[in-house]
Each structure stands twice: as C-alpha cells, then as structure tokens.
Write a protein that binds this ligand. Sequence first.
Ligand SMILES: [Zn+2]
Length: 95
Amino acid sequence: MGFLLKIILFGVAIYALWKTFARWKGLYDKFVGKPEEPARSAPPPPPQPAAPRPSADPQVSARKVVIEDTVQCAGCGAYISTGAEKCGHCGHMRG
Ligand SMILES: [Zn+2]
C-alpha cells in the first residue's frame, strides 16, 4: 500500500509546511508589523450639504429674458423681442 502511504506523507508534509508558514508569518507580523492595520477603513466622505444653488436658476433666467430681451411696442403695446426689427402685431418699426 505504498500509494496510500504517499498520500498520507504528502498530507503531513502540506500540514507541516502550512504550520511552519503560519508560525513564521506570525513572527513576521509580531516583529515587523502587519502591513495593513485592522482599522484601516477610512471614514466615508461627508455627504454634500444641501447648499443653495447659485443664482443660475431657470426662474432668474426667465425673468432676465422677460426684462432684457423684450421691449414693449410703441405702436400697440405688445412685448416683442429686442432682436426683432419691427413689431409682429402691428408692424411698428422699432427705433
Ligand atoms: Zn406693435
């Protein structure tokens, strides 16, 4: 039964190797120090506070458009675009 004996010896050899490795690794960790500390998990970054957004909101933009990009027609009183050369309602020339 040499085959079974070889398997047993192989297992014993593996066990001895593992024990030796564990022992030396324990000594290494004891003298050198573990490369990674156990409490290595860094705290997660704090959540971003709900800071108010800068005043680039659609409301301000809409108001800006209403105030700056339209002009009241002198002929009929309709609000027309400043880019338009004449009123689209009555045809009054701007300027
Ligand atoms: Zn007009």
